[in-house]
Design a protein around this ligand. Structure first.
Ligand code: SF4
Length: 76
């Protein structure tokens, strides 16, 4: 899981088509069942490290692509 700092985002939408699992939405286009992630995204963007270099996806990324309801696995 990645988050986007809403204070840094300029809403250019370039990231949306690049996300391989279609997980990024403009706020106005966000499905109703995803709205809970707005606040979580903003909160985590303040405490998670900034990614400044490209890294390989985790080895089990493909196994999680289609899994829904993953929020219970989030560790803080
Ligand atoms: S690429 Fe995505 S996260 Fe970055 S500024 Fe544009 S819309 Fe925001």
């Amino acid at each position: 899981m990645l988050v986007i700092d809403p204070e840094e985002c300029i809403d250019c939408s370039l990231c949306e088509p690049e996300c391989p699992v279609t997980a990024i939405y403009a706020e106005d286009d966000m499905p109703e069942d995803q709205h809970e992630f707005l606040e979580l995204n903003a909160e985590l963007s303040l405490i998670w490290p900034v990614i400044s270099t490209m890294v390989e996806a985790p080895p089990d990324a493909a196994e999680w692509e289609e899994v829904k309801e993953k929020r219970q696995y989030l560790e803080r």
